[in-house]
Design a protein around this ligand. Structure first.
Ligand SMILES: Cc1ncc(COP(=O)(O)O)c(C=O)c1O
Length: 391
């Protein structure tokens, strides 16, 4: 991995310490260039004729994401966000009153709200798996719940938004295959920072967003849909003319690829920019990114935990490049002011979006640092130095 070249490609990292890739990361220059070039063509020729001319570039999106996830292009749908992909996946499952979903304490806030909405509207039961002492999902408890409730879906967030925990999504996948249950993985925080292989995970749906660790433009994401789902002819509840053919006055036929999970109207400029982001990540190599990020986050966590009054909040056997902590004496506003004054870009997770986890940890907020492969160990040392100064 050529860190000097990567930093040159990343204009935004020159004048600040950017630790917010779990929020919305810095795009490489080539991503911005491809997006703008496409828009400039639209300025001259109009969106429809450019889409025809650039059909191959748009097709490349599916191929590049297929490479990233180890699947075929036909299993990929473009989405405008993780939540868009997730909602369409959920809506394709024919839930009925009395059906159930098994999920975790650490699933993303919007996923939890979506499950509870299904509960309110359709009387779908929602069960949550116990965590082990190391905070990962208790796979034995999951099997007990599966046998007891015969759920229609198991849904797991690979890395929660509010802690560095990496869930054992492969072990869950094995159980779901054994019991023939649909399995949905929210990989919003893992894609782009870890090797994510849908064959190894054995999931039926996997969702991600473009703007985080994949370093794509905002308003982009994707959904992976397994062959099993395609062969069962599942389709989103409300599909449009991209996903279905109007075959007679009173009938339609869904198409047979994952594209039935898309709507017809899309920002093609964003798709082309996102394709470049995925290509860039594939070229740097996810194994390289994963190893490098592990060094950064391990060093950051270790050094933070050695500073008096700082409490690192991440718990888990395997931890990713999301580092959360609080200061036992400083108010949040003071801490944020210090970080902002020193050009340290970060974000804050609040209890409202991590209700179960933060209730158990007894915290109302946590500072979240999410370094990525354009960051350096020197930047981490500087931030640690600064925080040491206040403790
Ligand atoms: C784990 C996880 N899932 C889903 C989302 C939602 O992503 P989006 O805003 O692209 O819908 C986020 C955003 O922070 C996330 O961290």
């Amino acid at each position: 991995m050529d860190i000097n070249q990567i930093r040159k490609d990343t204009l935004g990292c020159a004048d600040k310490t950017f630790f917010n890739s779990a929020g919305s990361s810095l795009m490489p220059q080539s991503v911005v260039r491809k997006t703008i070039d496409y828009l400039k063509e639209e300025e001259l020729y109009g969106g429809y004729s450019v889409a025809n001319k650039q059909a191959e570039a748009i097709k490349q999106f599916y191929i590049e994401v297929g490479k990233l996830l180890n699947c075929s292009a036909a299993n990929i749908a473009f989405a405008t966000s993780n939540t868009d992909a997730y909602a369409k996946a959920l809506s394709s499952i024919p839930f009925e009153s009395g059906d159930s979903i098994i999920t975790t304490d650490d699933d993303y806030i919007s996923n939890q709200i979506a499950f509870l909405s299904l509960k309110k509207r359709l009387k779908v039961e929602v069960y949550r798996v116990k965590n082990l002492a190391n905070h990962e999902i208790d796979v034995e408890d999951l099997e007990i719940l599966i046998k007891k409730h015969q759920p229609k879906l198991v849904a797991v967030t690979h890395i929660p938004t509010n802690s560095g925990l990496i869930q054992d999504v492969e072990a869950v996948g094995q159980l779901c295959r054994k019991h023939d249950i649909l399995y949905l993985v929210d990989a919003c925080q893992s894609v782009g920072q870890l090797e994510v292989d849908v064959q190894k995970i054995g999931c039926d749906f996997l969702t991600a967003t473009g703007r985080k660790f994949l370093r794509g433009p905002r308003g982009t994401g994707f959904l992976y849909v397994s062959e099993k789902v395609l062969s069962q002819n599942l389709a989103p509840m409300l599909i449009d003319m991209k996903g279905g053919n109007w075959t007679s006055f009173d009938d339609y036929e869904p198409i047979h690829t994952a594209k039935k999970f898309e709507y017809w109207e899309q920002s093609c400029a964003a798709i082309v920019g996102f394709t470049e982001a995925v290509r860039y990540a594939n070229e740097v190599g996810l194994a390289n990114i994963q190893n490098y990020n592990l060094q950064l986050s391990t060093e950051l966590r270790k050094s933070l935990s050695e500073i008096p009054n700082i409490e690192v909040l991440d718990q888990g056997n395997r931890l990713a490049s999301i580092v959360t902590f609080r200061h036992q004496k400083l108010e949040l506003a003071e801490l944020q002011k210090l970080l902002s004054n020193n050009q340290i870009y970060h974000s804050v997770s609040f209890k409202g979006s991590a209700l179960i986890d933060f209730t158990k940890k007894n915290v109302d907020w946590a500072i979240r640092f999410s370094p990525h492969y354009f960051n350096t160990l020197e930047e981490i040392e500087e931030v640690i130095e600064l925080l040491r100064g206040i403790s």
